[in-house]
Design a protein around this ligand. Structure first.
Ligand code: ADP
Ligand code: MG
Length: 385
């Protein structure tokens, strides 16, 4: 799992690593926006919605104001705006805050990012002189315009790497010096924040000859949160759906999808296989949900409530292979939640493994209307209907 930060939060952190960012502040109301314009002495400004998704420019979430009055007008439009695009999922996300920043005279836009390359299991720097657009598209159409350089877990890019980067980006003289400093700062920040992704798109060259960061995306590895208390405090649960927020609270691995068959499974591999099987049987899963191997009755019940709170769901498939997980525990959790919420949806259950007989008995005697199956394919067929 990954914790995403807002652009303004990422920029606050980046500043501490000595990175150059145009002056900015954050507003939650139109009045605050006016105050910021006054305080920063801005007669022109860039206003950007703060949501956990990219592509804001194309979606109308980035606006340029030419006067103070316009700053207030645009702030009113953007605060509370709902953005829907491929990255947000079908429900979209709402911007409760906007970032207000000084406009910069852009000469060129670049891309600079760091992430963990899962294949080689090392951090890599990814750079491109084609910034401002989606890097996936650049990688697809013009892969020669992307430079990938692995670096160590000490967060240090070697000088030969920095020189190679400057050459690749077309930076010379002072510009090269500034660009190399930026890359070095990013690599350091990436490691020290336990990030899984730090992406600057665009990094720009200004008319004044500076290299500055205009956009920043920072995502932190969940496993490191115990030593990133400041970042934990920054996390904004308002950016995910109610279901995702509840799942996070109960430590359930839950991802919403577009279909209408709710799935409750233990183990990520089995959950994937279940989703594939539903698809093969002509259906579409409403979610991915891995209750894990050590869930208790309460956690199972919460998982079931989360599935039921999604109005798209018209049928539920419980597929459990009890290893460490005890089938009776699953049955108790599902039955408790199903009775409490008086479910009317068709419920298909497939249980196997540890304490399966007891689990089956509990379901049989629960009074719930259940379609039971012994193998995954039959279960998926029944659930799809
Ligand atoms: P997103 O990636 O979500 O679309 P960005 O922050 O990258 O949002 O903004 C989109 C574009 O707006 C940038 O590529 C850049 O061209 C322009 N932009 C953003 N901030 C500024 C700024 N401070 N000054 C001038 N242009 C900006
Ligand atoms: Mg961007």
């Amino acid at each position: 799992m990954i914790v995403n930060l807002h652009e303004y939060q990422a920029k606050k952190i980046l500043k501490r690593f000595g990175l150059v960012i145009p002056e900015f502040s954050v507003a939650s109301t139109t009045d605050e926006a006016k105050e910021i314009a006054e305080q920063l002495g801005l007669d022109q400004a860039v206003l950007k919605i703060q949501v956990h998704a990219g592509g804001r420019g194309k979606a109308g979430g980035v606006k340029f104001a030419k006067t103070r009055t316009q700053i207030a007008q645009l702030a009113r439009e953007l605060i509370g705006m709902k953005m829907i695009n491929q990255q947000t999922g079908p429900d979209g996300v709402i911007a409760h805050k906007i970032l207000i920043s000084k406009p910069v005279d852009i000469v060129r836009e670049f891309y600079l990012g760091t992430l963990i390359d899962r294949k080689s299991a090392v951090p890599v720097l990814i750079a491109s002189p084609e910034g401002g657009m989606e890097i996936e598209e650049v990688a697809l159409k013009t892969p020669e315009k992307i430079l990938t350089m692995p670096f160590g877990f000490d967060g240090r890019l070697r000088s030969y790497q920095l020189l190679r980067l400057a050459k690749f980006m077309g930076w010379e003289g002072e510009l090269a010096k500034k660009g190399m400093q930026t890359a070095a700062g990013l690599a350091k920040c990436f490691i020290e924040t336990d990030a899984s992704l730090l992406e600057i798109n665009p990094l720009v060259q200004t008319k004044g000859g500076d290299i500055v960061i205009l956009d920043a995306k920072l995502a932190i590895d969940d496993n490191a949160l115990f030593r990133q208390s400041e970042i934990v405090a920054m996390y904004d649960p308002g950016q995910v759906s109610l279901q995702e927020a509840a799942a996070k609270e109960y430590d359930l691995a839950y991802i919403p999808m577009h279909g209408d068959i709710g799935c409750m499974v233990n183990g990520a591999g089995l959950a994937m296989a279940t989703m594939d099987m539903i698809q093969l049987c002509g259906g579409a899963p409403a979610n991915f949900l891995d209750v894990g191997g050590s869930a208790d009755k309460e956690k199972v019940a919460e998982g079931f409530r989360i599935i039921l709170s999604d109005p798209k769901v018209r049928s539920i498939l419980v597929n459990i292979f009890g290893g460490i997980m005890n089938c009776a525990t699953i049955a108790e959790g599902v039955i408790a939640a199903a009775q409490e919420l008086k479910i009317r949806l068709p419920l298909t259950v497939r249980l196997e493994g540890n304490n399966v007989e007891e689990g089956k008995r509990l379901f049989r005697e629960s009074g719930l209307k259940i379609q039971s199956a012994d193998d995954l394919k039959t279960a998926a067929q029944l659930a799809v209907g």
